[in-house]
Ligand binder design. Sequence first.
Ligand code: ADP
Ligand code: RBF
Ligand code: MG
Length: 145
Amino acid sequence: MKGPVQHGFKRGSKDLGCPTANLPDEAIEPHQDVLQTGVHYGYARVLLGEDAGSADEVLPMVMSIGWNPYYKNEKRTAEVHILHAFDSDFYGKELRIVMLGYIRPEYNYTSLESLINDIETDKLVTLRSLDRPTYEAFKKDPFFQ
Ligand code: ADP
Ligand code: RBF
Ligand code: MG
């Protein structure tokens, strides 16, 4: 999927210590039938341009597709956390992602702490999973070039 990064509810970075770049509804819409609600991992690239250095590369990502029951959202959203320390925000820039694996369903949490703990586990699962040599090829996929 790809599309310009949208503004969300501004709760990712503040409450969770985990900013998530939101894909536009139009990016998700054609895939509604096949997209499973829950947490997925894969690769992402933000098209930042020449001066961005290592920030404009194919990077590991962990993604939440869901209704976000913790916040009682009314719409399914696709939020992408990229495992990279960016120097600044990139709203409006084109985000491209490939989803490679499913981690877990979406849960409703009784505390913010338990949500944050699970997200930390999701990040570890992502990095360990992407270590599998067969995933290397996706980094070079023409979709990212
Ligand atoms: P919003 O509700 O607008 O999505 P967030 O608090 O989730 O706000 O922050 C998301 C924004 O943070 C992204 O749109 C992006 O511009 C920026 N950002 C910075 N670092 C990252 C990262 N590692 N992964 C995803 N987004 C990041
Ligand atoms: N929200 C939930 O309500 N339940 C979840 O299981 C859940 N898992 C998430 C996993 C990851 C890797 C990320 C980045 C977010 C997850 N969230 C989950 C969404 C979180 O609530 C969301 O980032 C905030 O709503 C801020 O937009
Ligand atoms: Mg977000």
